[in-house]
Design a protein around this ligand. Structure first.
Ligand code: SF4
Length: 258
């Protein structure tokens, strides 16, 4: 099953970016928390803070695989502070690694639609007090967190379990692991005089740039699948997706087999 291995290299990279650090495993199971409608807004005046607020990293990414070794079971891992311990806007990353039954996803355009449908799960997920703000054009996924919901106990255990449940509504999904990151951003070290440090020297912190690059690679693969499945040109020399096909094992095979 070549096609469902297409994202495996990116998943390995994501796990490498995340895995160098100790994450906190949060409990998986049923949670009782109100849902709101998709039109519910959290106004700035009702907001405690924004995960991935303006000017901060705000990464949201869903990547699928058929390999159960990469996503063996449902799980939630937190790198950084949980919602009740945050008081101000912080950098934010949300990665969902989803193990699917590759056979159930289908072929051709159905495969592309199935991949997009899994990504769009984030649009069908409305826990009270946790309002996603997505800019597809800017590749940003930030979240407004409501003051009232925080006072009532909202945390990542609730949001993570709600998102896992939303994914499991899709019959092809076998397991989901959600990673939340709220660590400080890796930034150039400042010198004692306040100027920029030596080039290439980085202070401790999380490498959101590397995570955003992985998310970009996953999106490039999905766009390439769309090109292949919608009968795009088959001339690699003039094709704009050559770089993606050079890097991702199986894409060329998928196109020419088709
Ligand atoms: S196989 Fe060649 S033509 Fe097809 S998407 Fe990749 S680079 Fe483009």
């Amino acid at each position: 099953m070549i096609r469902m291995k297409l994202y495996d290299q990116v998943i390995e990279k994501i796990l490498a970016v995340l895995g160098a650090r100790e994450g906190l495993r949060l409990p998986v199971g049923e949670t009782h928390w109100p849902e709101v409608s998709d039109r519910s807004m959290i106004l700035r005046s009702d907001m405690a803070y924004e995960l991935g607020g303006e000017g901060l990293p705000a990464i949201g990414c869903t990547v699928i695989t058929a390999d159960e070794r990469l996503v063996p079971e449902d799980g939630i891992t937190l790198l950084g502070r949980d919602l009740p311990r945050i008081q101000e806007d912080v950098p934010y990353g949300r990665i969902a690694l989803v193990q699917v039954d590759g056979e159930a996803l289908g072929e051709g355009q159905a495969l592309y639609q199935a991949v997009r449908a899994l990504e769009y799960t984030r649009y069908h997920f409305y826990p009270k007090g946790f309002m996603l703000r997505i800019s597809a054009a800017r590749h940003r996924e930030s979240v407004r967190v409501g003051k009232e919901a925080l006072a009532e106990g909202l945390d990542f255990t609730i949001t993570g379990n709600r998102m896992i449940s939303a994914f499991h509504k899709n019959a092809s999904v076998k397991a989901v692991h959600i990673y939340y990151v709220t660590l400080e951003e890796k930034a150039p070290r400042q010198s004692a005089r306040g100027g920029s440090g030596q080039a290439g020297v980085l202070a401790p912190g999380f490498d959101y740039k590397a995570l955003a690059e992985c998310a970009g690679e996953a999106e490039d693969i999905t766009r390439t699948i769309d090109h292949i499945m919608t009968g795009g040109i088959m001339d690699c020399v003039s094709c704009g997706l050559q770089r993606v096909c050079d890097e991702v094992e199986g894409l060329r095979e998928l196109h020419f087999q088709k």
